[in-house]
Design a binder for this molecule. Structure first.
Ligand code: PRP
Length: 218
């Protein structure tokens, strides 16, 4: 029996695209594709387990070593600042991390005493404006962040922009790009990389072949 490997995957589209790649390596992903209420899913033949979790929890499971590998967006990794090995850019889930707001009145949409930033990424926001020496107030939201400037809660947002259609539909525009190379990344626990070297190398090489062949481009 092969040594067990555990994957933590961000629920949703990133997980679905990861299954496409893993199935090409002969890993049966039928259980995690249809998990029902079950939280730990398996492929008995290759002895691989999957846990499907919220994106922001993927780095936590991998850092603690209860998952050997994880697939998560670079945005989540930049926010989490965990000591993980980032092994591979999987090429899908491509987007940009941007500051956005009203085009004509950046920073002046509402008259708050402090410049207000609505975001799902408070740590990234803190670092970005600290580097510019600009004091800000962070308003942490967990979705529909674009509402911030629209409804007068914040001056700008810091969020991911994929097609740009959410910004356009709400009269907002990109003001600054914080990171242009956001995409899904394969990450690994530091100890697992040593103790399960051969198994993990098989996964890395199998995924890398497909990425180089353009399988992840979408
Ligand atoms: C993300 C992001 C933007 C939107 C960007 O939200 O927070 O709102 O997608 O995509 P676009 O540029 O293609 O319009 P998500 O769909 O994950 O939902 P959320 O607002 O609930 O976080």
């Amino acid at each position: 029996m092969e040594e067990m490997l555990t994957f933590a995957l961000a629920k949703g589209r990133l997980a679905e695209q990861t299954f496409d790649l893993l199935e090409n390596l002969g890993i049966d992903c039928s259980q995690p594709r249809n998990p029902g209420r079950q939280l730990v899913l398996r492929d008995e033949k290759t002895n691989i387990r999957f846990i499907l979790v919220k994106p922001s929890d993927v780095p936590t499971y991998v850092e603690h070593g209860v998952a050997d590998l994880g697939v998560v967006g670079k945005d989540t990794l930049l926010e989490a600042e965990r000591p993980l090995y980032e092994l591979l850019d999987l090429g899908f889930g491509r987007c940009r991390l941007c500051v956005a707001g009203y085009p004509d009145a950046p920073g002046a949409t509402v008259s708050h005493a402090t410049f207000r930033v609505a975001t799902k990424y408070p740590a990234i926001a803190r670092r970005w404006w600290a580097a510019q020496g600009k004091p800000i107030e962070i308003i942490e939201l967990h979705g529909s962040v674009e509402l911030g400037p629209v409804i007068g809660l914040s001056d700008v947002i810091l969020d991911i922009v994929e097609s740009g259609s959410t910004l356009r539909a709400n009269g907002l525009t990109v003001l600054e790009e914080v990171a242009g190379d956001i995409s899904a990344r394969l990450v690994c626990n530091r100890v697992s990389l040593k103790t399960k070297r051969e198994r993990i190398r098989w996964i890395i090489e199998g995924l890398e072949r497909q990425v180089l062949a353009g399988a992840g481009e979408k």
